[in-house]
Design a protein. Sequence first.
Lengths: 394, 291
Amino acid sequence: MKQTLTGDEAAAIAAKLARVKVISAYPITPQTIVVERLSEFVANGELDAEFIKVESEHSALSACVGAAAAGARAFTATSSQGLMLMSEILFVASGMRLPIVMANANRALSAPLSIWCDWGDSMAVRDCGWVQLYCENNQEVLDLTLQAFLVAESLSLPVMVCFDGFILSHTTEPVDVPKQREVDKFLPPYKPRYVLDPKKPVTMGPMGVPEYYEEFKCMQQEAMRAAKEKLVKVGNEFGKRFGRRYKLIERYHSDDADVILLTMGSLSSSAKELIDRYRARGEKVGLVKVRSFRPFPVRELIDALEHAKAVAILEKDISLGSAGALFIDTAAAFINVEKAPLMLDFICGLGGRDVETLQIKEAIRAAARAAESGEVRKAVRWLGLREKLVGLRV
Amino acid sequence: MKEAPFPESLVAPGHGACAGCGCILAMRQALESLGKNVIVTMATGCMEVVTTPYPWTAWRVPWIHVAFENAAAVASGVSAALKSLGKKGVKSVAIAGDGGTADIGLQALSGMVERGDDVLYICYDNEGYMNTGIQRSGLTPFGAWTTTTPVGKVKRGEDRPKKNLPAIVAAHGAPYVATASVAYPADYMNKIKKAAAIGGPTYVHVLAPCTPGWRIESNKTIEVSRLAVLTGFWVLYEIENGKLNVTFKPPKRRPVADYLKMQGRFKHLTDAEIAEIQRMVDGQCKRFGIE
């Protein structure tokens, strides 16, 4: 049934449909509606779960770790500073292989304080061993959150479902909400591989001496590799049941494109509209959207991009002192590929700045110029920057 | 075959605790009192490190370690899962040292108690960051030498009194708060049993010497622990639903110097400094109605 939902509501409804048993969360803008809705579901008896109203995000994730280890399907949600406060436990949760699912409404990091969208928060923890999925719209928020539980629990990997703060979290869209019984068929109850139970005592979270630590990390990396296949399989299964199929990346008029925009999240929507206009004029411009940033779809991106002359990467994050995270990983994907496209990185939309069509056009023009000349003068650029304010030409 | 006179210890031998460690004793006594139907969440610290070097474990009960400051929050999560999954008869127990409780873990503990979560929290207090090599914590007593409160020309050990943590927990309205000592196992184990039986957040704070940290011989653990109580330096009490009950009153209080002089960490103290500590102890005993 179609409902008009914000991204936050879509995440909360997905958690409810997944019949989570323990929710532990702390309010932060723009995630707040997620915890409000889930509180209502629990208060109304619509959701049979324990909601731990913790005193911080650090405790929010810590309690999820305890709950998951004790055998409960656990869910949390956060944004920005909250994710930073969780960061220590993010690594522990993945290291302990606990299949926690988290909604992250992407928001910029302080300082200066900003409640608005960019991907700086989740990108800052991209090495934390969580699967990271980025949503284009509110339907994806709901669908990917449901899939996240299945992927997480089958591989013992935590999953973070990221969606743009305000742009999705607080904007209503029609969302097809599947029926509970259909979801129940898709997502069976959580059966933990190992569980804290006096009947069969296990020790979780021991000290890993140098003779063992590296192997633990290698096994996590192996699970991430397996997650690529699993995400596709689950995305297919979801498609069969609900009519919407999901892959690691999405290609939009990119197969014959000379210039390809590569981006994630809600930026893809604006870009797709623009691509249609280029196509209408017969120009070979396409789009590739990364849905799974972790695991990073190296093979899929090589397949999707290698024929292009130039790739313009649009991203709402920057690894200060280096470049945007999507650019870094995409460039690395091509390091041993004979014929790689030229790549330009466009940092944009930081701290909630609107990314206008004009700016996306500018990125496409710059990539087209590079394609034509065969060279890239400046690989990392800023889009929509108020140059006068920083006194720089970028 | 005949049954052994004692039940199999739930904290197995073979762990790496120091000879004479007061903390591992506190663990064993607690588990003996609690029995098997528990899930233990332990903060990072000595007891975690010495009991679980992978692939070994000393724990014969389900046990989890996550990080330093969050034992209370993890135990809340365990408790919520047990409730949500309808698993009855299993108690969620959090265990942390003084640093993991009074300093870095205070916020998580406060949250756990304030929410009324069904968790028994045990703080084993060895009065410093002993796992990292004897640094001061918020529970290091006045005058004590540690590596971060060294005795020099200007400073003479810890210059602040010990934080009154049981009082802080009691101020949250916890239904049961108690102090204990490894030298009084019956008192300690009764309190553990009582605390576990009461639903909601309960708290037991046990003083447990660290032989290298306190600079004592490994065969002096119990003697020092007993003197802490007999001098009134450490008072054994419980607060049940707000009502204070001193569970052991030393018949004739010994001078605190007897306690201090046994320990290398206090050996620099002058008579005047010891007199100052005696005044602090006298004040404390007066508040508890101890002669």
